[in-house]
Design a protein around this ligand. Sequence first.
Ligand code: NAP
Length: 307
Amino acid sequence: MAEIYDVVIIGGGPAGLTAGLYSGRARLKTLMLEKATTGGQAATTDHIENYPGFPEGIGGFELTEKMKQQATQFGMEIHEIKPVTAIDLDGDIKVISSEDEQFRTRAVIVASGAEPRTLGVPGEAEFRGRGVSYCATCDGAFYKDKAVAVIGGGNSAAEEANFLTRFASKVYLVHRRDELRADKILQERVLGNEKVEIIWDSHLKKVLGDGKVEEIVVENKSTHERTSYQVDGVFFYIGTVPNTGFCEGLVELDDREFIITDERLQSSVPGIFACGDCRANLLKQVSVAVGEGALAAVEAEKYIEDL
Ligand code: NAP
Protein backbone atom coordinates (compact mmCIF):
# COMPACT_ATOMS: atom_id res chain seq x y z
CA MET A 1 0.00 0.00 0.00
CA ALA A 2 1.44 3.38 -1.04
CA GLU A 3 2.16 5.78 1.80
CA ILE A 4 -0.52 8.31 2.59
CA TYR A 5 0.45 11.98 2.74
CA ASP A 6 -1.42 14.48 4.86
CA VAL A 7 -1.27 17.15 2.18
CA VAL A 8 -0.35 16.97 -1.49
CA ILE A 9 0.08 20.34 -3.20
CA ILE A 10 -0.33 20.37 -6.97
CA GLY A 11 1.79 23.16 -8.46
CA GLY A 12 4.90 24.95 -7.25
CA GLY A 13 4.26 28.65 -7.82
CA PRO A 14 4.04 31.21 -4.99
CA ALA A 15 0.64 29.86 -3.82
CA GLY A 16 1.83 26.26 -3.62
CA LEU A 17 5.18 27.15 -2.08
CA THR A 18 3.49 29.18 0.65
CA ALA A 19 0.97 26.40 1.30
CA GLY A 20 3.95 24.04 1.63
CA LEU A 21 5.67 26.34 4.09
CA TYR A 22 2.60 26.49 6.35
CA SER A 23 1.82 22.82 5.99
CA GLY A 24 5.40 21.83 6.80
CA ARG A 25 5.41 24.06 9.88
CA ALA A 26 2.15 22.39 10.97
CA ARG A 27 4.19 19.15 10.91
CA LEU A 28 1.95 17.65 8.26
CA LYS A 29 3.51 15.16 5.87
CA THR A 30 3.55 17.37 2.80
CA LEU A 31 4.41 16.63 -0.81
CA MET A 32 4.53 19.13 -3.66
CA LEU A 33 3.98 17.82 -7.19
CA GLU A 34 5.41 20.00 -9.93
CA LYS A 35 5.68 19.21 -13.64
CA ALA A 36 8.46 21.69 -14.37
CA THR A 37 10.72 23.73 -12.15
CA THR A 38 9.15 25.45 -9.18
CA GLY A 39 8.28 29.13 -9.23
CA GLY A 40 5.40 29.12 -11.71
CA GLN A 41 4.74 32.16 -13.85
CA ALA A 42 6.31 34.43 -11.22
CA ALA A 43 9.68 32.76 -11.81
CA THR A 44 9.62 33.86 -15.43
CA THR A 45 9.04 37.49 -14.45
CA ASP A 46 12.22 39.50 -14.70
CA HIS A 47 11.48 42.00 -11.94
CA ILE A 48 8.71 42.08 -9.34
CA GLU A 49 8.24 45.44 -7.67
CA ASN A 50 4.81 45.09 -6.03
CA TYR A 51 5.62 42.28 -3.62
CA PRO A 52 5.99 43.91 -0.18
CA GLY A 53 9.29 43.77 1.60
CA PHE A 54 11.49 44.42 -1.42
CA PRO A 55 11.52 48.19 -2.01
CA GLU A 56 14.12 47.80 -4.76
CA GLY A 57 12.06 45.03 -6.37
CA ILE A 58 13.27 41.47 -6.73
CA GLY A 59 13.78 39.04 -9.61
CA GLY A 60 10.88 36.60 -9.96
CA PHE A 61 13.21 33.60 -10.07
CA GLU A 62 15.15 34.78 -7.02
CA LEU A 63 11.95 35.39 -5.03
CA THR A 64 10.45 31.99 -5.78
CA GLU A 65 13.77 30.20 -5.14
CA LYS A 66 13.76 31.77 -1.67
CA MET A 67 10.16 30.60 -1.17
CA LYS A 68 11.18 27.09 -2.17
CA GLN A 69 14.15 27.10 0.19
CA GLN A 70 11.92 28.28 3.03
CA ALA A 71 9.23 25.63 2.40
CA THR A 72 11.66 22.71 2.03
CA GLN A 73 13.55 23.67 5.17
CA PHE A 74 10.35 23.05 7.11
CA GLY A 75 9.94 19.58 5.63
CA MET A 76 7.98 19.93 2.40
CA GLU A 77 9.11 17.37 -0.19
CA ILE A 78 9.09 18.15 -3.91
CA HIS A 79 8.51 15.55 -6.57
CA GLU A 80 8.78 16.24 -10.30
CA ILE A 81 5.89 14.61 -12.07
CA LYS A 82 4.34 14.33 -15.53
CA PRO A 83 1.19 16.49 -15.71
CA VAL A 84 -1.49 15.46 -13.21
CA THR A 85 -4.36 13.83 -15.10
CA ALA A 86 -6.95 13.17 -12.39
CA ILE A 87 -7.93 13.31 -8.75
CA ASP A 88 -10.12 10.41 -7.58
CA LEU A 89 -11.79 9.82 -4.23
CA ASP A 90 -11.30 6.62 -2.25
CA GLY A 91 -13.40 7.30 0.85
CA ASP A 92 -11.62 10.11 2.71
CA ILE A 93 -8.42 9.51 0.73
CA LYS A 94 -7.74 11.39 -2.48
CA VAL A 95 -5.77 9.65 -5.19
CA ILE A 96 -3.78 11.90 -7.52
CA SER A 97 -2.72 10.38 -10.83
CA SER A 98 -0.32 11.32 -13.57
CA GLU A 99 0.40 9.20 -16.65
CA ASP A 100 2.67 6.85 -14.69
CA GLU A 101 2.35 7.59 -10.95
CA GLN A 102 -0.22 7.78 -8.17
CA PHE A 103 -0.15 9.55 -4.82
CA ARG A 104 -2.54 9.07 -1.87
CA THR A 105 -3.33 11.91 0.49
CA ARG A 106 -5.85 13.13 3.04
CA ALA A 107 -6.03 16.68 1.68
CA VAL A 108 -5.18 18.22 -1.67
CA ILE A 109 -4.23 21.82 -2.31
CA VAL A 110 -4.59 22.70 -5.98
CA ALA A 111 -2.16 25.51 -6.78
CA SER A 112 -1.69 24.66 -10.43
CA GLY A 113 -1.72 28.25 -11.65
CA ALA A 114 -2.39 29.39 -15.16
CA GLU A 115 -0.62 29.47 -18.48
CA PRO A 116 -0.54 31.96 -21.34
CA ARG A 117 -3.59 32.04 -23.56
CA THR A 118 -2.93 31.51 -27.26
CA LEU A 119 -4.60 33.74 -29.84
CA GLY A 120 -4.96 31.16 -32.59
CA VAL A 121 -3.97 33.37 -35.55
CA PRO A 122 -2.24 31.85 -38.60
CA GLY A 123 1.49 31.48 -38.00
CA GLU A 124 1.29 31.57 -34.18
CA ALA A 125 1.59 27.80 -33.69
CA GLU A 126 3.84 27.31 -36.73
CA PHE A 127 6.47 29.78 -35.49
CA ARG A 128 6.29 28.93 -31.78
CA GLY A 129 9.90 28.75 -30.60
CA ARG A 130 11.04 30.33 -33.89
CA GLY A 131 10.08 33.90 -33.11
CA VAL A 132 6.73 33.36 -31.38
CA SER A 133 7.14 33.45 -27.61
CA TYR A 134 5.07 33.73 -24.44
CA CYS A 135 8.00 34.63 -22.17
CA ALA A 136 10.06 37.78 -22.67
CA THR A 137 12.28 36.99 -19.70
CA CYS A 138 13.21 33.66 -21.30
CA ASP A 139 13.64 34.81 -24.90
CA GLY A 140 14.06 38.61 -24.89
CA ALA A 141 17.86 38.54 -25.09
CA PHE A 142 17.68 36.86 -28.53
CA TYR A 143 16.34 40.11 -29.97
CA LYS A 144 19.25 42.47 -29.44
CA ASP A 145 18.92 45.42 -31.87
CA LYS A 146 15.94 43.80 -33.57
CA ALA A 147 12.28 44.75 -33.88
CA VAL A 148 9.64 42.75 -31.99
CA ALA A 149 5.91 42.95 -31.38
CA VAL A 150 3.98 42.46 -28.16
CA ILE A 151 0.30 41.56 -28.37
CA GLY A 152 -2.06 42.64 -25.54
CA GLY A 153 -2.74 45.62 -23.31
CA GLY A 154 -2.69 44.26 -19.75
CA ASN A 155 -0.03 44.31 -17.04
CA SER A 156 1.99 41.57 -18.67
CA ALA A 157 2.01 43.20 -22.11
CA ALA A 158 3.02 46.61 -20.73
CA GLU A 159 5.64 45.23 -18.35
CA GLU A 160 7.19 42.93 -20.93
CA ALA A 161 7.12 45.55 -23.71
CA ASN A 162 9.22 47.76 -21.44
CA PHE A 163 11.49 44.87 -20.53
CA LEU A 164 12.06 44.00 -24.20
CA THR A 165 13.34 47.51 -24.95
CA ARG A 166 16.49 46.52 -23.03
CA PHE A 167 17.39 44.41 -26.04
CA ALA A 168 15.18 45.27 -28.99
CA SER A 169 15.67 48.41 -31.03
CA LYS A 170 11.88 48.73 -31.54
CA VAL A 171 8.83 47.25 -29.81
CA TYR A 172 5.39 47.45 -31.45
CA LEU A 173 2.65 47.00 -28.87
CA VAL A 174 -0.51 45.85 -30.63
CA HIS A 175 -3.67 46.40 -28.59
CA ARG A 176 -7.28 45.86 -29.60
CA ARG A 177 -8.61 49.02 -27.86
CA ASP A 178 -7.62 52.69 -27.56
CA GLU A 179 -6.73 52.39 -23.88
CA LEU A 180 -4.46 50.00 -21.98
CA ARG A 181 -5.77 47.75 -19.24
CA ALA A 182 -2.40 47.77 -17.40
CA ASP A 183 -1.89 49.46 -14.01
CA LYS A 184 -1.38 53.23 -14.38
CA ILE A 185 2.29 53.14 -13.39
CA LEU A 186 3.00 50.57 -16.11
CA GLN A 187 1.01 52.60 -18.64
CA GLU A 188 3.09 55.67 -17.83
CA ARG A 189 6.29 53.75 -18.41
CA VAL A 190 5.24 52.21 -21.67
CA LEU A 191 3.77 55.44 -23.03
CA GLY A 192 6.96 57.27 -22.09
CA ASN A 193 9.26 54.69 -23.64
CA GLU A 194 10.65 56.01 -26.91
CA LYS A 195 11.34 52.54 -28.24
CA VAL A 196 7.71 51.46 -27.88
CA GLU A 197 5.18 52.29 -30.57
CA ILE A 198 1.61 51.45 -29.65
CA ILE A 199 -0.64 50.28 -32.45
CA TRP A 200 -4.07 51.08 -31.05
CA ASP A 201 -7.46 49.61 -31.98
CA SER A 202 -5.88 46.80 -33.91
CA HIS A 203 -5.91 43.05 -34.16
CA LEU A 204 -3.03 40.83 -35.12
CA LYS A 205 -4.23 38.88 -38.18
CA LYS A 206 -1.22 36.70 -39.03
CA VAL A 207 2.42 35.98 -38.41
CA LEU A 208 4.51 35.39 -41.52
CA GLY A 209 8.02 34.21 -42.22
CA ASP A 210 10.25 31.69 -43.86
CA GLY A 211 11.38 29.22 -41.19
CA LYS A 212 11.23 31.99 -38.58
CA VAL A 213 9.15 35.09 -37.88
CA GLU A 214 9.76 37.94 -40.31
CA GLU A 215 6.53 39.91 -40.44
CA ILE A 216 3.17 40.51 -38.78
CA VAL A 217 -0.01 41.74 -40.37
CA VAL A 218 -2.23 43.94 -38.22
CA GLU A 219 -5.74 45.16 -39.01
CA ASN A 220 -7.27 48.38 -37.72
CA LYS A 221 -10.64 47.67 -36.12
CA SER A 222 -12.50 50.66 -37.56
CA THR A 223 -10.90 51.20 -40.97
CA HIS A 224 -10.12 47.48 -41.61
CA GLU A 225 -6.89 48.68 -43.15
CA ARG A 226 -4.13 46.07 -42.94
CA THR A 227 -0.51 47.03 -42.25
CA SER A 228 2.60 44.84 -42.25
CA TYR A 229 5.45 45.29 -39.78
CA GLN A 230 8.86 43.67 -40.16
CA VAL A 231 9.66 41.99 -36.83
CA ASP A 232 11.87 39.14 -35.70
CA GLY A 233 9.78 38.17 -32.69
CA VAL A 234 6.17 38.26 -31.47
CA PHE A 235 5.37 38.01 -27.76
CA PHE A 236 1.78 37.12 -26.84
CA TYR A 237 0.36 38.50 -23.59
CA ILE A 238 -3.40 38.24 -24.03
CA GLY A 239 -4.23 36.76 -20.65
CA THR A 240 -4.03 33.34 -19.11
CA VAL A 241 -6.03 30.13 -18.82
CA PRO A 242 -6.08 28.09 -15.60
CA ASN A 243 -4.40 24.67 -15.41
CA THR A 244 -7.47 22.90 -14.10
CA GLY A 245 -8.22 20.25 -16.75
CA PHE A 246 -7.55 17.46 -14.25
CA CYS A 247 -10.27 18.85 -11.93
CA GLU A 248 -13.03 18.73 -14.54
CA GLY A 249 -15.97 16.59 -13.51
CA LEU A 250 -14.80 16.53 -9.88
CA VAL A 251 -14.74 20.03 -8.43
CA GLU A 252 -16.96 22.90 -9.44
CA LEU A 253 -15.35 25.28 -11.97
CA ASP A 254 -16.62 28.64 -13.20
CA ASP A 255 -17.37 29.34 -16.87
CA ARG A 256 -13.69 30.13 -17.50
CA GLU A 257 -12.56 26.90 -15.75
CA PHE A 258 -11.24 28.57 -12.58
CA ILE A 259 -11.88 26.58 -9.38
CA ILE A 260 -14.76 27.87 -7.27
CA THR A 261 -14.12 27.75 -3.52
CA ASP A 262 -15.76 28.93 -0.34
CA GLU A 263 -14.13 31.59 1.84
CA ARG A 264 -11.99 28.88 3.46
CA LEU A 265 -10.67 28.09 -0.03
CA GLN A 266 -12.30 24.67 0.01
CA SER A 267 -13.62 23.53 -3.37
CA SER A 268 -16.96 21.78 -3.84
CA VAL A 269 -15.23 18.56 -2.69
CA PRO A 270 -14.34 18.41 1.03
CA GLY A 271 -10.59 18.14 1.52
CA ILE A 272 -9.71 19.62 -1.87
CA PHE A 273 -8.60 23.24 -1.55
CA ALA A 274 -7.52 25.72 -4.23
CA CYS A 275 -5.36 28.83 -4.11
CA GLY A 276 -3.62 31.31 -6.39
CA ASP A 277 -4.12 31.87 -10.10
CA CYS A 278 -6.12 28.64 -10.71
CA ARG A 279 -8.82 29.81 -8.26
CA ALA A 280 -11.77 31.99 -9.21
CA ASN A 281 -10.45 35.03 -7.34
CA LEU A 282 -10.46 38.73 -8.08
CA LEU A 283 -6.78 39.54 -8.34
CA LYS A 284 -3.91 37.60 -9.90
CA GLN A 285 -0.86 38.77 -7.97
CA VAL A 286 2.02 37.09 -6.15
CA SER A 287 0.93 38.79 -2.91
CA VAL A 288 -2.60 37.37 -3.26
CA ALA A 289 -1.33 33.90 -4.17
CA VAL A 290 0.88 33.89 -1.09
CA GLY A 291 -2.00 34.83 1.22
CA GLU A 292 -4.27 32.24 -0.32
CA GLY A 293 -1.57 29.57 -0.03
CA ALA A 294 -1.28 30.23 3.69
CA LEU A 295 -5.04 30.08 4.21
CA ALA A 296 -5.45 26.90 2.15
CA ALA A 297 -2.80 25.13 4.24
CA VAL A 298 -4.33 26.22 7.55
CA GLU A 299 -7.77 25.09 6.40
CA ALA A 300 -6.36 21.78 5.12
CA GLU A 301 -4.85 21.22 8.57
CA LYS A 302 -8.24 21.82 10.24
CA TYR A 303 -9.89 19.46 7.75
CA ILE A 304 -7.39 16.70 8.55
CA GLU A 305 -7.84 17.21 12.30
CA ASP A 306 -11.61 16.82 11.87
CA LEU A 307 -11.30 13.58 9.89
P1 NAP B 1 -4.99 40.42 -18.64
O1 NAP B 1 -4.87 41.37 -17.53
O2 NAP B 1 -6.19 39.54 -18.73
O3 NAP B 1 -4.88 41.27 -20.01
C1 NAP B 1 -4.99 40.65 -21.23
C2 NAP B 1 -4.85 41.69 -22.33
O4 NAP B 1 -4.93 41.04 -23.59
C3 NAP B 1 -5.97 42.75 -22.29
O5 NAP B 1 -5.44 44.00 -22.61
C4 NAP B 1 -6.94 42.26 -23.36
O6 NAP B 1 -7.58 43.30 -24.03
C5 NAP B 1 -6.01 41.58 -24.34
N1 NAP B 1 -6.68 40.45 -25.00
C6 NAP B 1 -7.38 39.44 -24.44
N2 NAP B 1 -7.85 38.61 -25.37
C7 NAP B 1 -7.47 39.13 -26.56
C8 NAP B 1 -7.66 38.74 -27.89
N3 NAP B 1 -8.37 37.65 -28.20
N4 NAP B 1 -7.13 39.51 -28.87
C9 NAP B 1 -6.42 40.62 -28.57
N5 NAP B 1 -6.19 41.05 -27.32
C10 NAP B 1 -6.71 40.30 -26.32
O7 NAP B 1 -3.75 39.40 -18.74
P2 NAP B 1 -2.19 39.54 -18.38
O8 NAP B 1 -1.68 40.89 -18.68
O9 NAP B 1 -1.57 38.36 -19.02
O10 NAP B 1 -2.17 39.32 -16.82
C11 NAP B 1 -2.74 38.16 -16.20
C12 NAP B 1 -3.01 38.48 -14.74
O11 NAP B 1 -1.76 38.65 -14.05
C13 NAP B 1 -3.76 39.80 -14.57
O12 NAP B 1 -4.66 39.65 -13.51
C14 NAP B 1 -2.67 40.80 -14.27
O13 NAP B 1 -3.11 41.92 -13.52
C15 NAP B 1 -1.68 39.94 -13.49
N6 NAP B 1 -0.32 40.49 -13.63
C16 NAP B 1 0.08 41.46 -12.77
C17 NAP B 1 1.32 42.05 -12.90
C18 NAP B 1 1.74 43.14 -11.95
O14 NAP B 1 1.04 43.42 -11.01
N7 NAP B 1 2.87 43.78 -12.16
C19 NAP B 1 2.17 41.66 -13.94
C20 NAP B 1 1.73 40.70 -14.80
C21 NAP B 1 0.46 40.13 -14.66
P3 NAP B 1 -8.71 44.21 -23.29
O15 NAP B 1 -7.94 45.15 -22.42
O16 NAP B 1 -9.40 44.86 -24.42
O17 NAP B 1 -9.57 43.25 -22.54
